[in-house]
Write a protein of this length. Sequence first.
Length: 519
Amino acid sequence: MLDLKIINGRVLDGTGSPWFRADVGVRGDTIVAIGDLSATEAKQVIDAKNQIVAPGFIDLLSWAQYNAMVDPALEAHVRQGITTAIAGEGYSPGPRRHDQLTKEEQWERLGDYLDQLDRQGASINFAMLVGSSNPRQMVIGDTNRAATADEMRQMEAIVDQAMRDGAIGIGSSLVYVPAMYSSTEEIINMCRVAAKYGGMYFTHMRSEGDAIDAALDETFRIGREGGLPVNIWHLKIGPRVNWGKMPAIVARIAAEREKGLDVSANVYPYAASGTALSTLAPDWAMEGGYDDFQLRLKNPVDREKIAEAFRTQIARRGEKGIYVAQIFHAPHKQYAKKYLEDIAREMNKTPEEALITLFEESPVSPRVIYFLMNEDDVRYALKQPWISVGTDADAPNASARENKVAVHPRAYGTFPRVLGRYSRDEKLFPLEEAVRKITSQAALRAHIFDRGVLRPGMKADVTVFDPVAVKDLSTFEDPHHYSEGIMSVVVNGRAVMVDGVMTGAKPGRSIRGRGYRRE
């Protein structure tokens, strides 16, 4: 007796091999048989109806780790076919110093977060990187200075504990406070600790624009001297002056791979990024964090220097290059979901002064979408065999949908867009290759060795989709639309969606790294 049987499907096993007809049999959380299972009974049967049966999709950059605690259904992820999410870009839910905890972030150790996730469950699995910003903020804070020898030892000890708690590696985001103040040597030292536990290094590099060559140099050095595999998050190049450079960037990464460095990357399949508006501010202005930045805006000398930096950034992005998506200060709510030029016109101010006005009273930085990339560069990166995929997004909850909060469409459409637009419609790569990128390729990059391929003995994470109908529907102007064509999703042997209907099951669990030690 099987617990679950998926019948009448065309199996794409995740290796890149052509599809074949077979049933998939599951007992507990494990695939136990693939083949003709017509004579074997099962407690539950999912009829794939001649659709594709594939390994569950692995999101190499999710931001749903916090929302999972309040909305564990994570429907926007499930309806993309995602069964496992990797998180920890720059920051992770733990470790934190007790006096630095907020109401939403109550985990002094990364293991505390992972334990809570396992107790309450979620619709999908999570594997966590320890953010490189966590130990720096715990030990040094948001100050722009190097770590002392003693502070470096403290930071290394924090990473060591996080790896034993179950982190799969280290995740850095070197354009945000406080990680932007970390030296290369500091990151290398922390990576050496992670390497002892079989960890890897994921990074949002210091530059995705003019200084990308220097950023690549640093990334390669960290991988070599840290002694661990490297993954570059959301590989891209912008603004307009840098369009067309992706082939040279890819060539540099490929050359390092030829030399033996285990380096790869992932992308989201859109020509626009989404982040905090404060990323336009010069690094010096952000020292001490967002509150200190706001204080500098009150100083006339600093204000003018910041305004000048804004003028330069705005000019480089061009007309309609900056879309202010979310504003967290009630008196300015009318400026949300508008382009900067339109906001400036309504305020009767220059664009740079309009930006400063948005910052002055807002408790946190507004969120923004930058239209700074070139579609040809996105395509060129996406088709590389060592490129995987990440949403770089949360799974919007009911409140976000009801209030029509502006979000990047990647939150709803990333994986169906790869399968539909880029594979089926534009024929950038065959469907077999598209599935490999988002299953076995992604699993190997995250050192998850029991998922990503449909094979007896592997964990039963399965996505059933219609290759003809799969399509992303979310747009920048109207983002809150689930994708079509993802029909059924199984996580750890339990169905979380069947024929497009969510089941309410929460079989997701933490996937812990090889350094995990239960204490």
